[in-house]
Design a protein around this ligand. Structure first.
Ligand code: HEM
Length: 437
């Protein structure tokens, strides 16, 4: 297999290797999990996933590029695997990347992310405990005024744009970034830099968002250093002058009675800064696309803004911006009637679980009033259940009725574009037109 150092830290570019790099040597349907471009056409993707749920819900996927895994597509199996954190561990490899990429990172001694997502057992519980209370529903509720004010700011921006915009890039992305940075305690003047750093660090499969890859290792180390400098200053400041922001909680975090280690503190900042924005902006942009394809539902929501909470839930079910996480079997474990041998790994497919007709009535229908939307698995489940789910829900449900109050004749103004990504992805460009009231 040909390799290029540019690909070490980012999803390798199919333009360089040809689309065959994502071929699977087992059942060809497994390609929907390996190929980032497969997520560009979600209609075709969901047809294949539905077929798998019916015929091969625990699918063995083998390829030249990825170490083998078992893809779980049914709601019940993703649910069960998420719950079994006693025998199915996250490990440092909980995100699907090509095998040579993880091996080379190891060989070159490049620091590997160690966030909550990469921890297990007591280490995970103890680190999660640092911020758990801060993210509980009652605590998040106290931030509602701040979210309201930011939503108002972006609805003003929508009006200022005068009747035409790219809803994804002009509204969804900057709105969700501002909320997360505000709760974090990062001033708006540093938002752009934080965005560049997070994109540079984790990269993206989508060629549009690939950073300069001429010297990826130096680039990665440089970004990490800039993060470290920024957050070290933030830590020192919040230790000396505590406020009510999240940075203060992390900076003063104790694990087992001792201050949290420097590396763990750095990665804690990074996971919150990164997990919080791409995900929510894809849910909002993709949810808006679905809404606009159903003008009757736009009018229903306008007529009854109390539908916004359920609409947000349905948008997050529908879009499932996190496509998958992996779990590693510590002993033989049975999932969906198949024995996963010790040492093997399972891939939890959230978009597929969310369209399982065993749980959702008419799952391929977008319906902001559906009573079963709350069964969504977009936020995962169990000990790693998304820490920021309350924020994500509030962000989406806060801005929706405000938009409809301010504009009418809201409709698509061209074809939306989806990102190529098999980790976090969704609608990256959403041209819309509207009349400002
Ligand atoms: C629609 C938006 C979001 C989606 C779809 C989403 C999805 C997920 C998923 C699937 C997981 C892993 C769950 C598991 O393994 O069981 C996760 C974990 C996590 N999320 Fe989110 N997320 C969203 C928004 C946010 C926000 C706004 C924040 C921060 C404010 C956040 C912070 C985190 C953190 C820190 C974890 C790691 C938790 C742990 O491992 O204990 N997420 N998220």
């Amino acid at each position: 297999m040909r390799q290029n150092t540019s690909d070490l830290l980012h999803t390798p570019d199919a333009r360089r290797y040809g689309p065959a790099m994502y071929d699977v040597t087992s059942d060809p349907r497994g390609r929907i999990f390996t190929d980032p471009a497969a997520y560009r056409d979600m209609t075709a993707w969901h047809e294949t996933a539905a077929d798998l749920r019916r015929t091969e819900p625990v699918l063995r996927v083998e390829s030249d590029f990825y170490a083998p895994f078992w893809a779980l597509t049914r709601h019940a199996d993703v649910f069960e695997a998420s719950r079994r954190s006693d025998v199915l561990l996250n490990t440092l490899d909980s995100v699907l990347v090509p095998e040579f990429q993880s091996q080379m990172i190891e060989v070159l001694g490049i620091p590997r992310p160690k966030t909550l997502i990469h921890m297990d057992g007591h280490e995970h519980t103890a680190h999660r405990h640092v911020t758990n209370d801060w993210f509980k529903p009652a605590a998040v509720k106290t931030r509602q005024d701040a979210i309201d004010a930011i939503a108002d700011e972006f609805v003003d921006k929508l009006a200022d744009l005068g009747g035409r915009c790219d809803f994804a890039q002009d509204i969804a992305v900057p709105y969700t970034i501002r909320v997360i940075m505000r709760i974090f305690g990062v001033p708006p003047s540093d938002e752009r830099m934080m965005m560049e750093l997070t994109q540079g660090l984790f990269g993206a499969a989508d060629p549009e968002y690939m950073p300069d890859l001429s010297d990826p290792i130096a680039g990665f180390m440089g970004i990490l250093q800039r993060f470290e400098d920024y957050f070290a200053a933030m830590t020192a400041d919040r230790r000396a002058h505590p406020t009510d922001d999240l940075a203060t909680v992390i900076a003063n975090g104790q694990v087992d009675g001792c201050p949290m280690g420097d590396i763990e503190t750095l990665w804690y900042y990074i996971i919150v800064a990164t997990a919080g924005h791409d995900t929510t902006s894809f849910a909002l942009a993709g949810g808006m696309e679905a809404l606009l394809r159903h003008p009757d539902q736009v009018e229903a929501l306008r007529a009854d803004p109390s539908l916004a909470a359920n609409a947000a839930e349905e948008m997050i079910r529908w879009t499932a911006p996190v496509r998958a996480f992996l779990r590693y079997a510590q002993e033989d474990v049975e999932i969906g009637g198949v024995t996963i041998p010790a040492g093997d790994r399972v891939l939890l497919s959230y978009p597929s679980a969310n369209r399982d007709d065993a749980v959702f009535a008419d799952p391929m229908a977008f319906d902001i009033a559906r009573p079963d939307a709350k069964n969504l698995l977009s936020f995962g489940l169990g000990v790693h259940y998304c820490l920021g789910s309350q924020f994500a829900r509030r962000e989406v449900r806060t801005i929706l009725p405000r938009i409809l109050e301010r504009v009418d004749a809201l409709e698509l103004d061209g074809e939306p574009q989806w990102s190529d990504a098999n980790f976090v992805g969704g609608v990256k460009h959403l041209p819309i037109r509207y009349r400002v009231r």
